[in-house]
Design a protein around this ligand. Sequence first.
Ligand SMILES: CC(C)(COP(=O)(O)OP(=O)(O)OC[C@H]1O[C@@H](n2cnc3c(N)ncnc32)[C@H](O)[C@@H]1OP(=O)(O)O)[C@@H](O)C(=O)NCCC(=O)NCCS
Length: 300
Amino acid sequence: MVHGRKGNPLDPDLLQSIIGTVGCNAGQERSRNSRFQAPAACNELFSMPAKHIWREGPQKPALPSERIDVWRLALDDSQLDKLSATLARERTVLAPDELARAARFHFEKDRIRFSRCRAALRALLSRYLGLSPGDIRFTYSPSGKPEVSADQNPHSVRFNVSHSESIALIAIGRCDNLGVDIEKVRRDVRAEELSERFFSTRERASLRALPARLRVVAFYSCWARKEAFLKAIGEGLGFPLSDFSVSVHPDVEPRIEEIRGDATVGKRWSLVDLSAADSFRSALVIERPSTSVATFDLTA
Ligand SMILES: CC(C)(COP(=O)(O)OP(=O)(O)OC[C@H]1O[C@@H](n2cnc3c(N)ncnc32)[C@H](O)[C@@H]1OP(=O)(O)O)[C@@H](O)C(=O)NCCC(=O)NCCS
């Protein structure tokens, strides 16, 4: 998600332009199938490609081998009174360090979203691992990437999580490095300024070459693709953003163009755009030359 966090170099003035409240409000109360669609008044620029079909996911999913399962979760926090019983139940599965982290959030909505997302992650992993949600232990890489503790994970189940506002995506696969990212599109983003700062020379040139009407959505597509790659390798910002390039055009099959000047190494990786919700761009990266993706809604 594009926001300020410790270690993230985004400067607050630039952040203000991203985090401002302009844009389509996807948080309205709608039916389950329509809650991820933008209101009709939103510009068509922000609608998503109708590519993936999100259906209710299986209670007992088969362990993926070649496939990546991506689960979509609505983190609605609009009806706090109705949520409190659910929240109390969900929080019982969180580990002490997760509860402590939740308590550190300044805003209640962030606390709720983090707790709901962690509880959902545990519930989901329990379906793949055959463990109780509260028994799952996470270990963290030096840059903070969580994994299931090796002694509980004989089949090398891997996962990655991303959240942006009221939507979270949880990608689950096996063995290979994977990363997922979702970004809310904001019309008032200073795309050129941010891309000068965070994108590679090649990406900046590709962005400038696009028609102006595509640039905002291309900016977010590029951002989500880059972030998904960073999250797949798990080094966070230890891997400089200018050291690799992804394709920028929002409507053309995405790919990793080069890593440290090597155009062949990108072929080791698969990069997939996910059509998660109107007004959002999201991407999945896995260290494997090709992959199939199944997309599910996490309902209960
Ligand atoms: C974690 C990080 C890699 C991404 O965080 P983010 O975009 O703010 O947030 P997301 O919602 O997409 O992902 C957060 C989740 O990723 C996972 N995560 C944490 N550290 C991670 C890491 N080093 N690698 C991969 N995944 C990580 C966690 O599950 C986390 O969920 P949690 O907060 O509920 O524990 C962040 O530390 C970071 O450094 N981002 C780079 C920001 C940037 O400048 N991007 C420019 C792209 S052009």
